[in-house]
Design a protein around this ligand. Sequence first.
Ligand code: SF4
Length: 428
Amino acid sequence: MTDRFAPPPSRGCSDTPVLKQRGQHEVFCGLTGIIWLHRKMQDAFFLVVGSRTCAHLLQSAAGVMIFAEPRFATAILEETDLAGLADAQDELDRVVGQLLERRSDIRQLFLVGSCPSEVIKLDLSRAAARMTEKFAPRVRVLNYSGSGIETTFTQGEDACLASMVPVLPQSAARELLLVGALPDVVEQQAVGLLEAMGVGPIRVLPAASVNDSYGIGENTVFALTQPFLTDTHAALERRGARHIAAPFPFGEEGTTAWLRAVASEFGVSQELFDTVTEAPRARARKAVAQASQSLNGKSVFFFPDSQLEIPLARFLTRECGMTAIEVGVPFLHRAVMAPDLDLLAQGPVIAEGQDVDKQLDRCRAARPDLSICGLGLANPLEAEGLTTKWSIELVFTPVHFYEQAGDLAGLFSRPLRRRNLLKLEAAE
Ligand code: SF4
């Protein structure tokens, strides 16, 4: 099978000077990740150590799921003075003791830090170590920060997964680790394609249950499915595992390149690779062609939010015919992003971090056909006649690999079609 993608650009964005912004930023905090992480890890419980604001955020973000048997909660610490810290530790021990007594299904407990000053002063890693000792072997207690001061909304998943890496046992087995919390159906598609090529054994981080635990070591190779997992990447490398660098599996091209990188690592022949991927590639091509008709020739501007911006800009420019004006990312990790940056043709401003007012000015001046941004910026931009897409939807919707490629293009084309319909109605 021959590749039908545009050739790599003669100059990609890898050497493009980066516009570094260090001002006010508008993003959700890392607590948001609990909403998708608790669905993946069936025996985990997330206890946010936070304030009423954190509890409200979780409840409104979780929406209807609050009616299900909850596997997350907020231990609310009121603002007290420093002398109250010992009490706070006692209070946390009491809450955790009650929780674990009531819920025998919990095998992994995550203490999740947040912003309030009292919480920042609490040493949650010591609390987690103390509780692990007390509740082992039934429950493993870990901690990470979801604080909005330290994390954007996707970094919560990264911090969570990174916290799990040091407690994985040592192993000399040669295994592939897929890293990232994908919806089950998408994960099964990826594993199915790789197994059809004879790649394996395949492990997944996060695993559905603590019982699915596996070891890690110098013979482990890992592939990231999400571009925001940079701390997890570092934690895995510290354990001796080796990263398989690849563009991220968005769209037909990204998926093929990602699969090819993994297949090459495991010595899969070109013939077998083509046999396994030919049919899903054809379906993905057709679906993207249909869904991207209204994207062709349009311009796009990314505000930094999800950390998915660079791979998505690559997908939209190379597979959907769009032009990228600015691609903003919360932070730029070269080792993880290089394969996507190489494929993204020079032209857009690559910006790291945010100074929201300056960026809004650049967006207003450019008048892009589509702006990808957080919820807080979407309404003001829409009111100014700009069409927007909420970046948070890209994390809540299945968008990876071949079978979702058309849906991914559709997520971007829908707001443009809606805007056109509104224009037509207004003209009638
Ligand atoms: S962690 Fe911080 S930003 Fe997130 S809800 Fe709590 S107080 Fe707000």
